[in-house]
Design a protein around this ligand. Structure first.
Ligand code: C2E
Ligand code: MG
Ligand code: MG
Length: 648
């Protein structure tokens, strides 16, 4: 747990213990109050019982003594008072005639000096005794009175034992309740600390999580001391982590993250902070560093720490990381700015290639802003129909005939045709490629249908798909719908995908491609030879064509290795029953050599640049019997003529 969260936790605990103490005090006061109320109630009920007793006794003696009073018989009067002596609380008794003469009396002799005075009639309570005076009547005439005085000692004795019991019971109950509260408080504080832990620690790597990272960065910036150097923030992103997750499963992914975390931790000083701030994102906070190369060196050390392979079960796995670096206060004046700039630097590092580190520079902000404005413009372009398609012919090398076209998107932005290389990466990053891709699909299908309706020769239409489009579950349905709405046979459509696009989520990609292939669509691997190194996917995916990447064709005639590469790809394609088409054919020599190497088809500036639909139409509108030869080839006499003999 971090120091700050510990402080907060202990602060929370003292607060709860204070609240508990207050509750206990209030509870005890309530119990005490209730006990006192019960004792008071008991006192009044004992008092009224005693009074009832006395008055009943007075009445009984009075009734028995009426004739005695009438006859002024002192002896009989004394006899009627005699039974009172057996009552322990009775202190005094008197029988008086109507004239006030005491006919008989009884005195236990223990009445103290503060005797309760006799009332005129009725009763009077004193501190130590109660006095009762009842008139005695005979034949509706008062013939005398009886006076009784009883001590309250017995009442007080009973009250005392009642109070003792009540207080004992209350105290026991209170004690038990207190015990429960203390136990509960312990359980609650244990749960609280557990929650605190979970709120700040990432369970997969046991590193501080994003929440804790924010606090620590704020803390580091808060105690920044110019005399001791700057605060550096490194944001680390694992380059190919998604591949591990997708191919080996999430459990292995988590295991790998744990191992990566351990390597990072062992390569950092004790007081550097490393946190996991997202799926495959880590952050390192370095305090008191100079803005020289030392932070960069640490970043490089972390990249190097991943160089050795990780073993996951039986497999060994290589993983690399890209790092963005920013400093406080040189690059930003708060934590948010620091994070933003480290992120921009990370983006720049990724763009340079994997496994690199980049330090924030203000020029990067301009680039980032450019991206943001590009995104806005792309959205507008989609709404206002600024996209268009050009079509590049694909040629059968043997005959020079155009057999298909590839649809290539262009953006007519403020009078300039923007290359897809400029905006497709941004569209992919922002997800805009999904609606843009849908537009391409429906426009290319519609164009194929228009050509078909005009009776032009049957061509295949190649359409590029990007990785991001494969993330959508309904890609196959979308493509089927686009072809269906245009009324174009799926066999005429070829979908171009790159190796990396499908490797990124293999299981789902296989499903999508299989569904499309079952429906009749063709599939080509674009830029073949530049992507993923494993070729086992060639068996799993329903593929019809390999498009040999331009990089192998460019130096084909000069570089023996490139020629060997192309020959190998062509041989492999043939062995797997696939076609091979060479991209970027620019010269006659390349064309001829490709033909000799047995490559089936070609596409490139030699034959034709990508053209607007109307120009493709002019090209194709030759009499149907004539083979439509690519325009570039007619200017290269002899090339198609080489074809028949050399193509196998
Ligand atoms: P790609 O699919 O490999 O397309 C071939 C690219 O090579 C095209 O660039 C084409 O104009 C260019 N090219 C063809 N022949 C030659 C040649 O002889 N020499 C040279 N130097 N280049 C040649 P473009 O049109 O700029 O497209 C670039 C990339 O943008 C495409 O590469 C493709 O990955 C992507 N792209 C284009 N249209 C779309 C689209 O509709 N959707 C998606 N997702 N990506 C597209
Ligand atoms: Mg392509
Ligand atoms: Mg390509």
């Amino acid at each position: 747990m971090t120091r700050m969260s510990q402080q907060r936790a202990s602060h929370g605990l003292t607060l709860t213990s204070r609240v508990t103490t207050l509750n206990v005090i209030i509870g005890s006061a309530a119990v005490l109050f209730a006990s006192l109320a019960l004792i008071a109630l008991q006192y009044f009920s004992l008092r009224s019982a005693l009074l009832d007793d006395l008055r009943t006794q007075a009445r009984i003696i009075g009734d028995n003594s009426a004739s005695v009073l009438l006859f002024d018989d002192a002896k009989a009067a004394a006899a009627s008072l005699a039974p009172l002596s057996s009552l322990p609380h009775m202190q005094e008794a008197e029988l008086r005639t109507a004239q006030g003469k005491v006919l008989a009396s009884y005195d236990r002799g223990e009445a103290s000096s503060d005797k309760t005075p006799w009332p005129k009639e009725g009763y009077r309570f004193g501190l130590t005794s109660v006095a009762v005076v009842e008139p005695i009547e005979f034949d509706h005439q008062t013939v005398g009175s009886i006076r009784l005085r009883a001590g309250l000692n017995i009442l007080y004795g009973r009250l005392l034992s009642y109070a003792g019991t009540t207080l004992l019971v209350s105290a026991t109950a209170l004690g038990l309740a207190l015990l429960l509260v203390v136990r509960m408080r312990k359980a609650v504080s244990r749960a609280e600390s557990q929650l605190q832990y979970l709120a700040h620690i990432d369970p997969v790597t046991q590193l501080p999580n994003r929440h804790a990272f924010n606090q620590r960065l704020a803390h580091a910036v808060g105690r920044y001391d110019p005399a001791r150097g700057e605060v550096a923030l490194l944001i680390i992103d694992l380059d190919n982590f998604k591949l591990v997750n997708d191919t080996l499963g999430h459990l292995s992914g988590d295991q790998l993250l744990g191992m990566v975390a351990k390597r990072f931790s062992t390569h950092l000083r004790h007081d550097d902070t490393v946190c996991r701030i997202g799926g495959d994102e880590f952050a390192v906070i370095l305090e008191h560093v100079l803005r020289d190369d030392s932070a960069l060196a640490i970043a490089q050390k972390l990249i190097d720490a991943l160089a050795a392979p990780f073993s996951l079960g039986q497999q060994e796995f290589f993983i690399s990381a890209s790092i963005g670096l920013s400093f406080y206060p040189a690059d930003a004046d708060d934590t948010a700015g620091m994070f933003r700039n480290a992120d921009i630097a990370l983006y720049a590092a990724k763009a340079r290639g994997k496994g690199t580190v980049d330090q924030f520079a203000s020029a990067m902000t301009e680039r980032a802003q450019h991206r943001v404005s590009m995104e806005l413009n792309l959205r507008r372009a989609l709404e206002q129909g600024e996209f268009l398609l050009h079509y590049q012919p694909q040629v059968e090398l043997a005959s020079g005939r155009i057999i298909g076209v590839e649809a290539l998107i262009r953006w007519n932005h403020e009078g300039r045709l923007v290359s897809p290389n400029e905006f497709i990466p941004v569209a992919e990053d922002t997800g805009l490629i999904v609606p843009i891709g849908e537009w391409v699909l429906s426009e290319a299908c519609a164009q194929a249908r228009r050509w078909q309706d005009r009776g032009l020769p049957t061509l295949s239409m190649a359409i590029n798909l990007s990785a991001r489009q494969f993330d959508a579950e309904d890609l196959a349905q979308k493509i089927l719908r686009a072809a269906g709405e245009a009324g174009i046979a799926p066999e005429r459509i070829e979908l171009e995908i790159t190796e990396s696009a499908v490797m990124h989520n293999t299981a789902a990609s296989v499903r999508t491609l299989q569904a499309l292939s079952d429906a009749g669509f063709k599939v080509a691997i674009d830029d073949f030879g530049t992507g993923y190194s494993s070729m086992s996917y060639l068996k799993r995916f329903p593929i019809n064509r390999l498009k040999i990447d331009r990089s192998f064709v460019t130096d084909l005639t000069a570089d023996k290795d490139d020629a060997a590469m192309v020959a190998a790809i062509v041989a492999m394609a043939r062995a797997l029953g696939l076609e091979a088409i060479a991209e970027g054919v620019e010269t006659r020599e390349q064309y001829v050599l490709l033909q000799q190497l047995g490559c089936h088809q070609g596409q490139g500036y030699l034959m034709s640049r990508p053209l607007p639909a109307a120009e493709v139409e002019k090209l194709l509108a030759a009499p149907a019997d004539d083979p439509v030869t690519a325009p570039g080839l007619s200017a290269v006499p002899g090339v198609p003529a080489l074809a028949p003999g050399n193509s196998a």
